[in-house]
Structures are given as C-alpha cells and as structure tokens.
Design a protein around this ligand. Sequence first.
Ligand SMILES: [Zn+2]
Length: 253
Amino acid sequence: MTTNDESARTARRGPTGTPGRSERTCAGCGKRAAADELVRVVHDPSSGEVAVDLASSGFGRGAHLHPSPDCVAKALKGGLARVFKSKVALRPAAGGAAPAEGRGGDVAAIGAQIVQAADRRIEGLLTGARRAGQLAVGSDVVAEALKDGRAQLVVVARDAAAAAKVPAIEQAIASGNAVALGNKQRLGSLMRGQGEVAVIAVLHAGVAAAVGQTYRMSGPFRSVAGNAAPPGGAGTESQDVRSEEAWSSSEVR
Ligand SMILES: [Zn+2]
C-alpha cells in the first residue's frame, strides 16, 4: 500500500466533481481526502528531515496527513518512511524547546510546526487583506462591520479581554466565526503603526475562508503544542473541545 505525493499527478476530482478539489492519501490512516483538508509535509533527502508546508509551496517530495495527532503518530510509525522511501527525521522547531523524547515528543514537534506554519500563513493572509483594504481594525469598527454583515471572520488577540466582551464580537466568537491569534502587540505590528490591535475583521470572503481553514487545520494541535502528546492517547475530539474552551477561559483575557 505505497501511497505518495506523486498521486498528485493522477489526482481525482472530489465527490462533487468540483474542479481543483483534488484528493490525496493520508500517510497516517491511508484514507483519501480533499487535498486542502490535509497538511502537506515535505522531505529533504539530504538530511532526511521532514517539514510542514501548509502553503504547499515547498519544493521536494511531499506527503499528506490529516491534521490529527493520531494520523501524525501513525505516519511517524512508518507511513512517511514509506512515502519518502527513506528514514525520516524531524527538523528542530524554530526557537522552540527541544521536543520531548520519543514518539509523543515527535507528534508534538510536528504539531508545533503545524501551529507555527498556520500562524505564519494567517499573518500573510491578513497582511495581504490589509493592503487590499479588506480588513476592519479595532473593536468599534469590527463591531460595526459585524452588525452590517460585512465582517466575514473575526481575528481576536489572545490577550484581548475587553474586545472579546463586546457583544457583537462575543457573538462571533460563540458562533465559531472567530480565531485567536498572537497578542495585541503582534496584531498591531501586522497592521503597521496602529499601536496595539485587539481585534480585526476580515471583510473578504475568500480570505476569511482561507484564514478559517488554516486555523481549523492547526486547531487539534494548538492545545498540545509544546507539550508531549500522550502516545496514542487523547484523540482529536477532546483536543478540539479544549481549544474551543480556550475562548471562554484563560486564553482570551
Ligand atoms: Zn489520516
């Protein structure tokens, strides 16, 4: 059951026949899924290192994984080695602490890479939207944009306690139409010289969809990033709940 990225060349269309929605095989569970629901990892044959490539822009041979700790764990047990026909090693997380020893540490290391890559991609999408005039910036402007239906998705700084309690924004969070990213200082620097920024609304539907999708992909790893995931332990479901709980608890304060 060798599956690999070369299946890209024979990519099938999705069940609905939607053009461009090609499928790939998860190197963990072996099931097929739409390519944009899977995380791509690339392999450097000289070092044997695999690295997460969320933007699917990286060179080299790639494999695909469901964004779930279970599938990452299975892929590390052999799926990736089969795809790449080589041993795989993990690239040390940039600026991160050394991952814990063993398989759980490896899953956490890939998870941390996915979270980092997702944050970078979301920041890039927001920067592009800012340049295109497709953002509302600041609590009042965002609340207005939510009320008149222009806001497609809300981005809230993790330390934005007050903004998260503005009724319109609170409602966006409660309905899952929001993502948590960075802190007020970081969002401020993305918005260039507006000081601290607590909340941003994306007005462009396509950008909002891309931000939301990127965030969801990293979601299962956000509550475990930096920690060793219990080997074969807690599944995606409980971790999703935990990352959702973050909204109503300590993370948005
Ligand atoms: Zn899978």
